[in-house]
Design a protein around this ligand. Structure first.
Ligand code: PNS
Length: 209
């Protein structure tokens, strides 16, 4: 029987740590599906399609790795695709409690399904999508944290944020109403607007003094 696993997650955005784990997983499973959770309650930076495209490009060289999306319970998805295991990464002891809780809940829901934990390379042990987003949004370099393609996409997102920020600063109407844009764009736009408001306040304080 072929050993098939899913590697579920948000991947917003995928990082070098994810890629490291995918490579390790691809060596111990015959087939590995990187499964992006479609979660309508979250306001991600990247759309599911953008994340899918990035992951497909990152994993193109692995013959036994594919990328898919799912919603609902991870265990239901695993059953649907006939996987026997869920792959998850543990970077540090701080990950363990949450991962253990999730693994035991998944076992309760589906006793036949195993969770397999793997550790990424130590050099990625501090790396998370959340920190990558934060560094990128605050203008820091992310080149060694994510594959080049992802770094490029992050730069594009930040350019959009700056563009909308500049438009607001010069008193122009943004090209599109915020509500009409994708959530990810709205998220970066919010940051741009916040920065502009801050700059305006600082300028007006300087003028007063
Ligand atoms: O990359 P993340 O955000 O840590 O991944 C978390 C994920 C997607 C694996 C987890 O939130 C999940 O499995 N969500 C699907 C809903 C579900 O099955 N919930 C019960 C898990 S115990």
């Amino acid at each position: 029987m072929k050993r098939k696993a899913i590697y579920p997650g948000s991947f917003d955005p995928p990082t070098n740590g994810h890629l490291d784990l995918i490579e390790r997983g691809s060596k111990i499973f015959d087939e590995l599906i990187v499964a992006i959770l479609r979660n309508p309650e979250k306001d991600p930076l990247f759309t599911v399609n953008e994340r899918r495209q990035m992951l497909e490009s990152m994993t193109g060289s692995f013959d036994n790795v594919s990328v898919d999306t799912f919603h609902g319970l991870t265990v239901d998805y695993a059953l649907r695709v006939e996987a026997q295991a869920i792959l998850r990464g543990i970077r540090a002891i701080s990950d363990y409690e949450y991962e253990l809780q999730m693994a035991l809940m998944n076992r309760k829901l589906q006793p036949g399904l195993e969770t397999v934990f793997m550790m990424p390379a130590a050099r990625y042990s501090y790396l998370s999508s959340r920190l990558v987003r934060e560094v990128a949004q605050l203008g820091g370099p992310v080149d060694c944290l994510v594959p080049e393609l992802v770094a490029q996409k992050l730069r594009e997102k930040m350019d959009v944020a700056n563009k909308f920020g500049d438009a607001a600063a010069s008193g122009q109407e943004p090209e599109t109403r915020a509500a009409d844009r994708a959530p990810a764009e709205r998220a970066v736009d919010r940051k741009g607007q916040e920065r502009v408001t801050k700059e305006r306040k600082t300028k007006s304080r300087k003028r007063k003094s």
